[in-house]
Design a protein around this ligand. Sequence first.
Ligand code: DGL
Length: 310
Amino acid sequence: MAPWASHDSTVTFRAPWTMAYLTSTALLMIGVFDSGVGGLSVHRALVQRLPRADFTYLADQANAPYGVRAGEEIVELTKAGCIRLFDRGASLVVLACNTASAIALRRLQQTWLPAYRKDIGRPVNILGIIVPTIEKATGLPWEHEAERRGEKVQQLDILGVFATQATVRSRVYEIEIDKRKQDLAVFSEACPELVPLIEGDASAVDLAKAVEGHVQALKTRIGRFPDRVVLGCTHYEIIADIFRAALPAGTPLIQQPEATADALELYLERHPEYAAGTAGGRVFLTTGTPGPQNGLVQSFWGAPVAFDPA
Ligand code: DGL
């Protein structure tokens, strides 16, 4: 399956796009979409991988958090975000949001995008981040030998997924991993208060308390700590160090931003009909309050980051 395909759907083009289109793509760019600041974690990896490409980041902060919303709302909000980015010249929109990827991607690819492409007369696509992450997670050996009382014992690998309520409810990680590796056990933990805390610049103490509670809750359900972890909400990457501190030392975190960058690079190589631009443009937009983003974001980003009005 193509690394971007959501669930079973694979988009196949029969190259209906004319040379006139292909020579007029100079203004096109890659859109990156999230409900808020979390997608910056993916955006940063994409920019590092494709420094010459033009990127426009859109945070739908007026409507964040998505993870506590009903499925239909998530689909409609994601569609509206994609339209804003396509209107501004995106050829591809990367949903740098697990919730939108889990709930909206397949619906939009199957029921809306084909007609929309015809309407606007150029190739556009929406790419999710869950399948690249799962491919990275399942590329790892599912069994490893653990040392117990001097004996080597085979141990089933357990993957812990921390995500929003909507992502956990969708069971997308369990379903997609089960298709690839039936012997990799997945346990998911919903952390509904984390996105508001991160968007609201919560203190390290409050964040650590919340994360600790979720790590312990997952441990209680599994009966031990997970062997590997996916931070299945892009906001959580901003506080990855707090997760690392709450987990046993050395627990591997699957790198969703890098997995997404690998997949995007490959996708662009295989699909020259999608122009990524060459001017290295960086635009940051929000549907919420424009201006500098909070301290948590700035320390993650390593520099001040400000959003313009969408
Ligand atoms: N960053 C989004 C994700 O990866 C957060 C969703 C939300 O707004 O709750 O799921």
